[in-house]
Design a protein around this ligand. Structure first.
Ligand SMILES: [Zn+2]
Length: 366
């Protein structure tokens, strides 16, 4: 899922995401709650209408952003109190309020609020956060079910310019799925306990694995995925949150993961780094000054079919915004292409040989 934190995959239009083969995008509840506001998004027709994305969409609860505000937040059993990074105003995030926010935003998949801890946390800190996340999941589910039965709170009155169409007044809550999040740090016993708690408490349409790729070693990440793989149901999607780079995706698929999200393709593209089958490439390097080849030979994205490395390097050296956009678009297309190839290899029964060769080439080039 390309990440559209603010309801936009930075620098890329939703049409371009779809043309690149994107099937599902992610938006962030924390950012949209603060600006323009979840009620405003709902009044403007909900996230799909607001952003003009017609496919499936997922909202992250915003827990990751709130917990990242380490000096600006206080955590209790009730929830998290934090100060807005925009204007310093105080806000309360509880499992219930997060459900109301995500219900207003209206994405197809919404995430529970969970408690996040530092990577490499010791077992007692990881256990208490995992257990609290399970208690918060119960509260999320109760509120989610309540809204499904009772409907959403009324939309406040927003001023509409004279002659402009009225805002939405349909109060029917859209059909949405709630995903629980497996926590437990890098401790296998805690991951198992988290999954037991989750699977006993509901019939979920999908399950996420959180709290990885936050500073632990890659082998710890893979070990935790291998703990989850045999336990999680095989008939619903498994979503590995906040991952990742091209090789992380292949390693994740190998361990049973279906869905990923990461800002890396757009962020790295803006910084002048392109993903290629031979590893990462820095377009600013002077060796590309006279290079008439595309970024990646055979890539059918608009960047690679229209422009050469010499021009792309020139755009970056001149700090032109088109360069950032084109590299972001290429990186998003590249990751979607990796997932398409992985899917074909799985269907063809050749995943092991495909992934081995793919990883060897990608890592050999770095
Ligand atoms: Zn390309």
């Amino acid at each position: 899922m390309p990440v559209g934190t603010h309801g936009v995959v930075r620098g890329i239009s939703m049409d371009e995401v779809a043309a690149a083969g994107g099937q599902m995008v992610l938006a962030n509840a924390y950012h949209l709650y603060l600006r323009p506001g979840d009620m405003m998004v709902r009044a403007l027709g909900g996230l799909h209408a607001f952003t003009r994305w017609n496919g499936p969409m997922l909202t992250d609860s915003g827990g990751f952003q709130v917990f990242s505000l380490s000096k600006l937040r206080t955590v209790s059993e009730d929830g998290v109190e934090f100060q807005s990074h925009i204007d310093g105003s105080t806000h309360q995030y509880t499992p219930e309020s997060v459900m109301r926010i995500e219900r207003n935003l209206g994405a197809d998949v919404m995430m529970q609020l969970d408690e996040l801890i530092q990577g490499r946390s010791d077992i007692s800190a990881a256990r208490s956060a995992m257990e609290r996340s399970l208690r918060w999941l119960q509260r999320c589910k109760v509120e989610f079910d309540r809204i499904s039965h009772e409907g959403r709170a009324p939309i406040p009155d927003f001023t509409v310019p004279a002659d402009a169409p009225a805002l939405a007044c349909d109060d029917a809550a859209p059909e949405q799925a709630l995903f629980p999040i497996v926590q437990g740090g890098t401790h296998a016993t805690l991951r198992k306990a988290s999954m037991t708690g989750i699977l006993e408490s509901g019939d979920w349409a999908g399950v996420a694995i959180g709290g990885l790729s936050v500073g632990e070693t890659k082998s710890d990440t893979y070990a935790m995925l291998e703990v989850c793989d045999p336990i999680l149901p095989r008939n619903v999607p498994r979503y590995l949150m906040g991952v990742g780079f091209p090789d992380d995706l292949v390693e994740g698929v190998q361990r049973g993961i279906d869905l990923f999200d990461c800002v890396a393709p757009t962020r790295m593209g803006r910084d002048g780094t392109a993903f290629t089958p031979d590893g990462k490439m820095q377009i600013r390097q002077s060796s590309y000054r006279t290079d008439r080849r595309p970024l990646v030979e055979g890539c059918d994205c608009p960047c690679c079919t229209h422009y050469d490395r010499a021009y792309l390097r020139h755009l970056f050296v001149s700090e032109e915004m088109l360069g950032k956009r084109l590299l972001a678009l290429h990186n998003v297309s590249f990751l979607i292409g990796v997932m398409t190839s992985a899917r074909e290899a799985l269907r063809g029964g050749t995943f092991d040989s495909w992934s081995g060769a793919w990883l060897a080439r990608y890592r050999g080039g770095e």
